[in-house]
Design a protein around this ligand. Sequence first.
Ligand SMILES: Cc1ncc(COP(=O)(O)O)c(C=O)c1O
Length: 919
Amino acid sequence: MAIAGGVGGVSGFFSASQGRADRWRLVNRHAKALAAGAGSQAETLRRQVADELAALAPLEDFCGYPGPRLMTLVHERLQTGDWTGLARLVQRISAALHANSYRDDPEAWTSEGDPEPHLSDVLPPTLGGKGHARKPYFEVLVVTPGERSTWAATRDAVRRLRRDLDQFIYEPVVVGSLEDALLAAIVNYDLQAVVIFDGFGFASQYDLPDLRQILAPHLPAEGFEADQDLGTLLAGLLRRYRPELDVYLSTDRDVAHLAGSDEAAPIRRVFHGIEELLEIHLSILEGVADRYTTPYFDNLQKYAQRPIGTFHALPVARGKSIFHSNWIRDMGEFYGVNLFLAESSATTGGLDSLLEPTGNIKVAQDKAARAFGGDRAFFVTNGTSTSNKIVQQALVRPGDIVLIDRDCHKSHHYGLVLAGGQPYYIDAYPLTQYSMYGSVAIRPIKQALLKLKAEGKLDRARMLVLTNCTFDGHVANVQRTMLECLAIKPDLIFLWDEAWFGYARFSPLLRRRTAMGGAARLRELFASPDYRRRYEAQRAELAGLDPLDPRLLETELLPDPAVARVRVYETDSVHKSMSSLRQGSIIVVADQDFHTVEAAFKEAYFTHTSTSPNLQIIASLDVARRQMELEGYELVQRALQLSIELRAEINHHPLISKYFRAATPEEMIPAEYRKSGMRDYGLPGWTLAQTSRALDEDEFFLAPSRITLLCGRAGLDGSQFKALLADSYDIQINKTSRNSVLVQININNVPSDLAQLIKALAAISRGIESRLADGGEPEQERFAARVKALVEDVPDLPDFSRFHDAFRENPRGSTNEGNMRAAYYLAYDAAAREYVKLDSEEIEARLANGPELVSAKFVIPYPPGFPIMVPGQVITRETVTFMRKLDVKEIHGYDAAKGLELLRPSALASLREGARGGG
Ligand SMILES: Cc1ncc(COP(=O)(O)O)c(C=O)c1O
């Protein structure tokens, strides 16, 4: 079967649901033509409608709307030639699918001439008409061993359980095999729960080559016994694809025994036999309610309704200082009264305390931990800048060595100054042609650890800090990175800065590449006998090698599962990719030794958390979690689908592609890190299974939703292009490079956003074309020179040089960690500082003959916001050249009027004297 829209390649996988809506639009168009009186064309149109419906049939089986009842009506009208009735019904269905209005509009479920005009069987009487408070709608997948002829009765039996009292309304969808159940879980965005009645078969009733490709890697290699119960296998597979779904199992097996087994871990409740239908119904509602409930937000709303007199700080609380004012009432009118009613500086009234949570904040955090796949989660109301500092301070002790991507966000570097950790900077691979960095490969990280081992300093290596994904979309192979590091340093802690990547948890493709996805896989591996055997074999092979033996770098190292610890921290800017207010961030933890650092973590949290946290940010973190647990799968699939469409539209548009390009994975990731050979998303012949393998095995993967839009060939540098888009086309972009801007697609984007950008690109391209045509040769030459300057004459990107010897314990050693904190504080002494202008002769002389130029500060161009100089770093010619060519306006830590701020050679010398004297 080819699913409508096709699931063959990765783009098809994302767009299966869109393909379905498109196909319904076609049916609609043909049915309308039939109703309008198609004459001699009627038979052709009728056949087209029949063909489209046949192609839709498998997908319709997996979706609750329009459902078998309306589908039967469609087929009846087609067969009896009731073109008007067909057109009306199809129009209704197509519109409802397009707008998702079947989720809250009873009309979508009815049809004139419908034998049951009022859909009391779909929506309870209280919801029968518009204007009622709507109950959230979802669908429940029922997997049954019964013959297809019994499914209608199964559906009716489930529907009869629904009551007016229910908080939500759901529609059952029945399938009869493991493969169909998985396909339904992939394509049906409305599913919230799966009820499995054991005893069903394995194979789909359809021919499903595409689906088999996806499933193959996850299915046991051995064949199945004809009478084998597949319920727990299905539950395990569902957990992998969509962990947020509640799975229930009804079986004849010994349920008490089964319930306690590992097999049943992914199952929310196990029932015996089918006599428990009402219990199942109540459990389904309770399961969804558990995700729906937002303990902090719910309580805050209740708090806002109470007539509370406040005798504490915060005059805006309850809005009186605003609404009684002669002068600032407009603020109240603009924001609305609830913002102020929901404000307090007290932690009473059930508001709980972020600093010492014991009530609804604690519950909300536990739910966030569940949603993001960690053991625990902590809300942070000052952005991931603060989350990173909290983790750094909690885990790093003065003198500890922290391996860190030099391009990490500045919060990590400042965090290290505060904590006293010594950074061991590792360079990301450069993408010089786009004036940006890629990400840090595994090899230089291993090299650093092995060098530390060779120099007897491995015990001081405490943590590895990496950005995942990077600003420009480079996604690490989290699992392999951690495995290889743990093979050298079994208790290394990992801090994955996933400021941009929190949404990835809700994508079955990307989840494995999140910190928590990686931690879960490590836990599985370390418990697996098969992994142990692989480890033992490798140990025998590598035993006794010197740490600097190149074979250790060449081999994919495996850690000893008996010794390695899983200690993983993830920080997410919830506000960047989910529906939290600005600065809403979380720290998610999967650390089996958390008890050893819990007290320090608390101290660090106290250090950085305001004692007046913003209640609305906390509430929005709670609500963002609710949204992602209930519709994150749909939202992320749609966003990824849009991203892939946008990329294709830009790169295949005959005019736009002359001047602009969405950089592909092939262009953004060097081939050595793409062993799978993946070049782009959805290329012809490239299968979803291959994409899945790329995600499992490639060292880097490019997040589709972070689109580097190359604009150099349009003769525009990143800043010019950004300004042009903002000023002339109302399009906002954040990050730029010399010849690109970054376009991000998020869960809020809709197809018309794509249209707006494409229209702008087309207009700019047309403008260039006519300018070149009108301007003749001189203009064309000028344009070509500008393009060359932007695309070819790009400056080299400076690597991290080294810390000055005054900040290194062993200047002759080969490891590059340094006491950055000492340099940072040395610069507090005005006498230790000096300034040198960037274009001065002095700088040239010192670069040529010394004394060395040593930075007193962090110098951080923004965007992208990582330091090109850190305190104590020796400044090289490459860095100076790069600084001179920098084209961003904001460079934190650099004042062009004064020049570079340096540490005086004399101060450095006396520091070294002091160190030698033991001072
Ligand atoms: C990789 C990375 N980490 C952390 C941050 C800081 O996050 P926030 O803006 O939530 O403080 C940013 C901000 O751009 C970032 O790019």
